[in-house]
Each structure stands twice: as C-alpha cells, then as structure tokens.
Design a protein around this ligand. Structure first.
Ligand code: ADP
Ligand code: MG
Length: 320
C-alpha cells in the first residue's frame, strides 16, 4: 500500500462532515469558510512513541487521546473546535494498527464535531502530531494572562486520576476492582471540557488546561499574569477512587503534579462568582474553588487549611 492509498483508506473521511469545509483531504491545501466576527484559535500537540506512549499501546486510545489533548487546548481558550490536521510518521504500514488509530480519531472528532481536513504522512520513528483549529467570537478568547489579584481559582472535575491510571497501566500501583476501570479510563480516554470552556468566556479572567499537573501548570498563569496564588490542598477535588487507593500525601502529590487530567484551571473575579454558580448547574461538571490569586508575583503558596503545606514537586520537563 502506497502513501496515497493509505491516506484514502484511513484518513479521507474522518470526523464530522462539516458544511464549512469547502475542500478537505486530497488537495494541496484545505479550504474552509471562516465565520464572520470570529477569531481563529490554533493549537498543536505531538505524541512521540517512547516519550508520551508505548509502541504497543491500544491505537484506538492513542487516536482518542491525540484528538482530546488538542481539543482540550481549544476548550481552555474558550473556543469551539472545528478542524483538525494530522502529521503522521510511521515506521511501517500496519493495516490493523492504522484502522484502529483512525477509528479512535474518527469517533472522537465526531463527538466534538470536528473534521480532519488534511495532514502529512511520512516514514520514520512513530510520531503523531495534530493541529486543531477552532473559533471564538472576536476578542473573547480566554488566556493565561488575565488573572487579577483577588480572583478565585477553580478547577473542573477531579485531579490525579490520570496519573494513577498511568501507574496502574505500568503495574506500579494496585487499586481495588471496583475502581480499576474508572481510573484506567481517565488515563486512556480523557475528555476535554469544551462546553464549559465556552461558557466561561464572559466569566473567567484567565484559563488553561491541566496537562502537566496543577503545580507546574499554574505557574504559567502566574508568570503571564504577573500575580501569585495560594492553594489549599485540602480543597483539591479528589475522586473517591483516588482517595480509596492512596494515602493523603500520595493523593495530594498525584493531584498536584500528576499530568494528563485535561481538566480546566481558571480564575474568576468576586463579582462573577454568582454568574458562575448559575451557569454551572446545567453543565454536569463539578467545579471546585481551590484558592485565590495574590499580589506576590510568581509565588505559589500551598496551605493545608491554615497551615503551610510543604511539598517537593516532581514535574516532567522534556529538556530538564
Ligand atoms: P502535498 O505533497 O501536496 O503536500 P500530500 O501528498 O502530502 O500533499 O497529501 C495529499 C493530501 O492528503 C493532502 O490533502 C493532505 O492534506 C492529505 N493528507 C496527507 N496525510 C494525511 C493524514 N495523515 N491525515 C489526513 N490527511 C492527510
Ligand atoms: Mg502539493
């Protein structure tokens, strides 16, 4: 099978069939009709075999995750996802692998109403790069740079489950049978908080998604907004599965430094907290206030109730 047959077979009709795509896969470039009065939001993520996943991981889960991590970035910007491009480097043509991988992309792209509109296919060590594009009403994109002193800091969902799921998959941690599937799913099939991200457009001062762990990720908001923060570890939202599977210190460490939860972190000024509460009820996503933005630029203070909480982070940096 040549490159063109491969593209035609696995990547020519992936995701939703959107009416704003004039020309999709098959030409030199894709042509899309961009909606008036909107800004285009663009984001890219790469997953490399041996770094982000293992060569023998379920290809359907990889396809799902590749789409989700990109859509999660769009969600964090308050954007509505629309179009995807895929740059694929493969060591060989393996039809079983390709059909499962493309199925994972297809079902996830369809779920978020995105269409795959193009890409590139090359031979080499297994590497998956996706670019996602979305739309946001002009000037309404959420950023990391808008946090203000006094803002309340919120996170969606629960933290640390994906990191526990990774340990579980690697055989480094045991969890009871009751929680096994939930924890593994949170790592292998994460979701992106798309509807909530869009709903936060007129409420949050700043937002980002949590891919590398709260402790490291929040520093990006602090740096770009030139503010500080305090967080109460007792307020971190932990799933019952996580609490049942770890002692307190381990659970906090996973919630603070575990990656790949793809929850949203955002800050809300005092006078928008009421709107937030009203807004949240129909979204079915739990949101928890974990702390506040302070004026001490760059400083992140952890507390446990009234006491200081001492913590040595173990984040992951590619070039550290
Ligand atoms: P060109 O040589 O003009 O760059 P290619 O031969 O690389 O074009 O690609 C042919 C068509 O297939 C283009 O529309 C391209 O966007 C699309 N394409 C290539 N690889 C992929 C892929 N992995 N997923 C989706 N579309 C792809
Ligand atoms: Mg060309």
């Amino acid at each position: 099978m040549g490159e063109f047959e491969l593209i035609a077979e696995y990547f020519s009709a992936v995701g939703s069939k959107r009416s704003d795509v004039v020309t999709g896969v098959g030409d030199d470039g894709a042509v899309i009709q961009v909606r008036d009065g909107h800004d285009l939001v663009v984001t890219t993520d790469t997953m490399v075999s041996g770094t982000h996943f293992f060569a023998n991981d379920d290809p359907r889960a990889l396809g799902h995750k590749l789409v989700t991590v990109n859509i999660s970035d769009l969600a964090a910007m308050g954007a509505e996802p629309a179009w995807l491009s895929l740059a694929l480097t493969l060591p060989e043509v393996n039809p079983t692998w390709l059909s499962r991988f493309s199925a994972g992309i297809h079902e996830t792209a369809e779920y978020y109403n995105c269409q795959l509109i193009g890409g590139d296919t090359t031979r080499g060590p297994l590497s998956l790069t996706m670019t996602a594009k979305g739309l946001v009403p002009r000037g309404k994109a959420l950023t990391r740079s808008g946090a203000k002193v006094g803002d309340y800091i919120y996170v969606t969902g629960t933290l640390g489950d994906a990191a526990l799921g990774l340990k579980l998959q690697q055989g480094l941690h045991q969890v009871s049978k009751k929680h096994h599937t939930h924890i593994l799913q949170r790592f292998q099939f994460p979701s992106a908080r798309v509807a909530l991200g869009q709903a936060l457009r007129n409420i949050a001062n700043s937002a980002m998604d949590l891919s590398d762990g709260l402790y490291g990720d929040i520093q990006h908001i602090l740096r770009r907004s030139n503010v500080g923060a305090h967080i109460d570890v007792q307020k971190l939202p932990l799933s019952q599965a996580l609490k049942d599977s770890c002692d307190n210190a381990t659970a906090y460490a996973l919630a603070l430094s575990g990656g790949e939860d793809y929850e949203l972190l955002f800050t809300v000024p005092e006078n928008k907290r009421g709107s937030l509460d009203v807004l949240l009820s129909p979204y079915g996503v739990a949101v928890t206030c974990i702390g506040r933005i302070t004026g001490v630029a760059g400083k992140l203070e952890l507390k446990s109730g009234e006491q200081a909480y001492s913590y040595q982070p173990q984040g992951f940096k590619h070039f550290a």
